[in-house]
Design a protein around this ligand. Structure first.
Ligand code: FCB
Length: 397
């Protein structure tokens, strides 16, 4: 097989999900409120029951382990763990601890994300990340959640895509004034607060769970400068990406999340080329992005091991998922051959799930029936999972 390659010793091989996108009934979160209120106009449909993974997580893990995966990245929900300020739910903590144990029992190493886009509604109502004490509140939650990850977990991700969180805050600030191409300005106060909260959370994890490796996952847009636009591109990328990569310099690992690219000309970001294939999210089909993303992350946070914590494609055609993932892994392998220190790969996503406003863009390796919640693995799941078992990625010819 021309594209076959072995996985390095210890390489993490898994799929990712997030609580709000899969659990269902996350009624105490700010996203639930947005779905039913302020964001109503931008949200096509509410998350509702999602994949009912709050109850069906065992089935999800059975499937992933059965397919051959050795790792599973999922998030725990702050809104459930701390339903009111300073009030912690022992039952919710016990639930997530059962998930960690359940993963281990099935031979899946759990990677636990502590914050994946959603906050408790009370936290957002009192000013969200921009409030002066947001970092302390986040750290207090992380400390309370320590029983979930203190034993049996190797990797904790403090905050998923802080850059997108700051950009989302910027979008709300601007009254939803979106640019024609590229991403809006991140909200500066949110950005600063997230970097601070991350630092406090990393310290909390290290203090309470010394063996656990702490890091965070940054969204990579692979900004590609057109000739002459190098400086414009670097200036554009800095607040949207580099400050978060730089903040990872002292971390135990750095998560890279890559889907597509953005080309930048002298006047700023450009839309995808006219002839380009687009995915269900409208993003350019560009699997090579992953190689660029890990190279840029490694150059910006030198010496910090990289884990690909998300990479995937929204498509109704699983053949395109196979083609995309084959291309992405080939680019990853080349970067690794060139010396980029990559320690794992998690595909987004294990399941078709709630894509922040709509169930339309299906990213899953496993299809989920919206009425019965029945799970059906797609051919891509069998292929990708098998590499976990054989420790070798086989090329699709
Ligand atoms: C990332 C998010 C994840 C999912 C994918 C498609 O930005 O972390 O929850 O929405 O994009």
């Amino acid at each position: 097989m021309p594209n076959a390659f072995p996985l390095p010793e210890g390489f993490l091989w898994g799929a990712s999900t997030a609580a709000h996108q899969t659990e269902g009934g996350n009624t105490n979160s700010d996203w639930w409120a947005l779905e039913h209120g302020a964001l109503g106009e931008y949200v096509k449909e509410p998350s509702g029951d999602a994949c009912d993974s709050y109850h069906r997580w065992r089935e999800d893990m059975d499937l992933l382990a059965g397919l051959g995966f050795t790792d599973y990245r999922f998030s725990v929900e702050w809104a459930r763990i701390e339903p009111a300020p300073g009030e912690f739910s022992r039952a919710a903590i016990a639930h997530y601890r059962r998930m960690v144990d359940g993963a281990l029992e099935r031979g899946l190493r759990p990677m636990v994300t502590l914050h994946h886009f959603t906050c408790p509604l009370w936290f957002s109502r009192r000013g969200g990340w921009a409030a002066a004490d947001s970092g302390e509140l986040f750290a207090r939650y992380v400390e309370a959640a320590a029983p979930i990850f203190a034993a049996g977990v190797d990797h904790v991700c403090t905050i998923n895509e802080p850059n997108m969180v700051a950009i989302m805050a910027g979008i709300r600030e601007s009254g939803f004034d979106l640019p024609a191409a590229g991403l809006p300005e991140p909200d500066a106060r949110t950005a600063e607060a997230l970097v601070r909260a991350h630092g406090l959370a990393v310290s909390a994890v290290r203090a309470l769970a010394p063996g656990v490796r702490a890091g965070w996952s940054v969204a990579s847009q692979v900004y590609q400068a057109l000739p002459g636009a190098e400086e414009v591109t670097a200036a554009y990328r800095r607040p949207r990406e580099d400050v978060y990569l730089e903040a990872a310099r002292g971390d135990d690992w750095l998560g890279v999340q890559s889907y597509t690219r953005t080309r930048v000309g002298p006047d700023g970001p450009l839309p995808a080329p006219e002839m380009a294939e687009r995915t269900l999210t409208g993003w350019e089909f560009y699997p090579e992005a992953l190689g660029h993303a890990v190279r840029h992350a490694a150059a910006t946070a030198p010496g910090v091991p990289i884990i690909v914590t998300e990479n995937g494609i929204a498509t109704a055609d699983d053949e395109r998922r196979l083609a995309y993932t084959t291309g992405a892994l080939a680019a990853l392998r080349e970067a690794m051959a060139d010396g980029v220190d990559v320690r794992g790969y998690f595909h987004w996503s294990a399941l078709d799930n709630y894509e922040w406003g709509s169930y339309g863009p299906t990213f899953g390796l496993i299809a989920v029936d919206r009425a019965t919640f029945a799970r059906t693995p797609k051919p891509s799941a069998a292929w990708l999972g098998a590499a976990g078992r054989t420790r070798e990625v086989t090329g699709r010819s």
